[in-house]
Design a binder for this molecule. Structure first.
Ligand SMILES: *Cc1c(COP(=O)(O)O)cnc(C)c1O
Length: 375
């Protein structure tokens, strides 16, 4: 499958060998324990450690993260569970870790936790590969590219080379791109981590996360951590996620194409400032993004005049839900400053492009912008 296209791999990812009278994708297995006599070994023992539905999903994600490679994937109850699994299982008292200061809004909470355990946390912005300057003596470098919601991009290969030369492990939060947009393990990262709540599952109805690694020892550490904290996904969620992966390429291709069209349309408007989309030639992220990304994501961000204009715009949209999160088939947008966690202006809008017909979506946005400006 490793030589096939993304769509082919997505529809077949993680499926078991065909067996007469068995379904293509076996249904969710609900089990707290499994029949187990004698020595407690074997693939399925207790439901906090293993579950056949996870096995299929983990295989599927692995095939997307590192086609043709032996890869260890562990699924979690949420993206935050996956992120914490890497950081909290790797960092020890006295270690230093490098985090982005413009990353996901819950990262500062993780930072507090790390510091409470006696871990030194250093931060720098994503843009301009600024984290490069903080690597000396560090244990782990955490990258989030494109950053969220600012959409800055850093050069993964360059950061990995510098980090590995200093014995520093590298983890990439790949939530925004998904593995069909960017493959961190291929770019040299030790951990590819994601919230699969977003584009990976794409329907805005489940929370899930995963960590993939090529090094079996690192993978085992992550898996051990899941057993310790018990941050396991339910079998139903895992099965729904696997089902959703079949349409990953269809969804993401459509969403990325429309996102570029939206960014182009917005770039022509005088009432839109601070427009960012990594796939827009001319965007500061573009030169690095084209070298490491295969698709540029479904998120476009921009700044309207002020809080009220942004709220009028969001209220005027008919096809776009005012909601947080991103990557889903139904477009969403939100005024990001309402959360207080990101360093963004009051009129900053994070727009997640869905799978609607592009012409309908663009017309809705143009109309809502006109109406918001007319007041
Ligand atoms: C949403 C998100 C997370 C957290 O994921 P949950 O599934 O909500 O726990 C982490 N990183 C990024 C970049 C995200 O967008």
């Amino acid at each position: 499958m490793s030589t096939m296209g993304d769509g082919t791999r997505a529809v077949r990812a993680g499926l078991p060998e065909p067996e007469q009278y068995e379904p293509t994708l076996p249904g969710p297995v609900f089990a707290a324990h499994f029949h187990l006599s004698g020595e407690p070994v074997g693939p399925y023992t207790y439901g906090r450690e293993t579950n056949p539905t996870w096995t299929h999903l983990e295989r599927a994600i692995g095939e997307l993260e590192a086609p043709g490679e032996q890869v260890e994937t562990t699924v979690f109850a949420s993206g935050m569970a996956a992120i914490s699994a890497v950081l909290l299982s790797q960092a020890r008292t006295g270690d230093a870790v490098v985090l982005p200061d413009d990353g996901y809004q819950a990262l500062p909470l993780v930072r507090e936790q790390l510091e409470a355990y006696g871990v030194e946390v250093r931060t720098a912005p994503t843009g301009g590969d600024a984290q490069l300057a903080l690597l000396d003596g560090a244990k782990l470098l955490w990258i989030e590219t494109p950053s969220n919601p600012g959409l800055d991009v850093c050069d993964i290969r360059r950061l990995v080379e510098a980090a590995h030369a200093k014995g520093v492990l590298v983890a990439v939060d790949n939530t925004l791109a998904t593995p069909i947009g960017q493959r961190p393990l291929e770019l040299g990262a030790d951990f590819s981590v994601a919230s699969d709540t977003k584009g990976m599952t794409g329907h805005g109805d489940i929370l899930l996360g995963h960590v993939s690694c090529l090094d079996p020892e690192l993978g085992a550490g992550v898996r051990r951590w899941r057993k310790v904290v018990g941050a396991i996904p339910g079998p139903m969620e895992a099965w729904l996620a696997h089902r959703s992966l079949a349409t990953l390429q269809l969804r993401i291709d459509r969403q990325c194409t429309t996102a570029l069209a939206l960014a182009e349309a917005l770039s022509k408007r005088a009432d839109v400032a601070g427009l960012r989309y990594p796939g827009l030639p001319g965007d500061p992220s573009y030169p690095t993004a084209v070298r490491q990304m295969r698709r540029f994501g479904s998120v476009v961000s921009f700044v309207l005049a002020d809080k009220d204009t942004a709220e009028r715009f969001l209220g005027g949209l008919r096809l776009v839900d005012d909601a947080t999160s991103f990557g889903g088939v139904r477009s969403t947008a939100e005024r990001r400053a309402r959360w207080g966690g990101d360093a963004v202006p009051e009129g900053f809008v994070r727009f997640s492009v869905g799978a609607e017909d592009p012409e309908d979506l663009l017309a809705d946005v143009e109309r809502a912008l006109d109406a918001a400006a007319a007041r």
